[in-house]
Design a protein around this ligand. Structure first.
Ligand SMILES: C[S@@+](CC[C@H](N)C(=O)[O-])C[C@H]1O[C@@H](n2cnc3c(N)ncnc32)[C@H](O)[C@@H]1O
Length: 261
């Protein structure tokens, strides 16, 4: 397949609303739905009681989604979502500002509240997330300072979900991108990375995106070369990788927690 990755391709072709409708409707059966159900328990465990916590967290390549922040919003005082694409940032702002036409995340928020033992209600969690997000910033993970031209204090936690696969064209670029993430991290700060295993493509609306195929070896290499020590790396397989294979061909997910040494 022709190369269809990288920030510019996303800026031009990635339709945020189609992505949300295709992959984040919990009621609908499908591969995206499965991705959510596989990853949310990991987020819940990582940021739950006794887990990671601190003052500041940055999410790299947030896209138009909030699912990846629903557990960490209970553990960090300030969260900064970021993305290369302006349309993605606008779609996210729409939800944060409760504008009309914003995507309805309620079923996903309810799923997370249930996973967390209903310590908070759906409304409380949505309000909490809206409160801790102070700003949504542009970002290019392939730059040494991904927030260029901004210079901001380093973060307690750097999170990124499904971004490396779309932003990077080669495994060398993955190594550079993770190094760039580490530039945003305080010494001792945490890195939480999750994404697809063995995914070469996924469709959003009518557009097929190519993805950089990730595996355990490249993840371990990139993270350790960037000065992190891995605390946990879990790989979870899909029940049936053939479901929706023409739409996306991921075989499972990875979820890694590391700290900067
Ligand atoms: C598959 S989406 C993932 C969105 C969201 N994090 C999620 O988990 O669903 C990939 C995201 O990476 C962003 N992206 C692509 N290239 C990037 C770059 N160089 N720097 C930062 N973000 C980038 C895209 O705009 C897109 O929002």
């Amino acid at each position: 397949m022709a190369d269809a990755t990288g920030g510019e391709f996303y800026e031009e072709n990635f339709e945020p609303r189609a992505y949300l409708d295709d992959y984040f409707n919990l009621g609908k059966d499908g591969a995206g739905n499965e991705y959510l159900k596989l990853t949310l328990p990991h987020f819940c465990k990582a940021f739950g009681p006794g887990g990671l916590s601190g003052d500041t967290l940055i999410d790299i390549g947030s896209g138009p989604t909030i699912y990846q922040l629903l557990s960490s919003c209970e553990a960090y005082k300030e969260i900064t979502p970021t993305d290369y694409s302006k349309r993605n940032r606008q779609e996210l702002e729409k939800w944060l500002k409760k504008e009309s036409g914003a995507f309805d995340w309620t079923p996903v928020v309810k799923f997370v509240c249930d996973l967390e033992g209903n310590r908070t209600s759906v409304t409380e969690k949505e309000e909490k997330l809206r409160r801790v997000v102070k700003q949504v910033l542009p970002c290019d993970i392939l730059k040494t300072n991904p927030l260029e031209p901004l210079l901001v204090p380093q973060f307690d936690c750097v999170l990124s979900s499904l971004c490396l696969e779309g932003a990077c064209k080669t495994h060398d670029e993955v190594c550079s991108a993770v190094k760039n993430m580490s530039n945003l991290s305080k010494p001792g700060g945490h890195l939480v990375l999750c994404g697809d295993i063995s995914c070469s493509h996924y469709q959003v609306g009518d557009v097929m995106f190519s993805a950089l195929v990730m595996n355990e070896e490249i993840l371990r290499k990139a993270v350790s070369e960037a000065g992190y020590t891995i605390d946990s790396l879990e790989l979870t397989s899909r029940d049936d990788p053939k479901v929706m294979q023409e739409t996306t061909d991921f075989t499972g997910i990875y979820f890694m927690v590391a700290h900067k040494t």
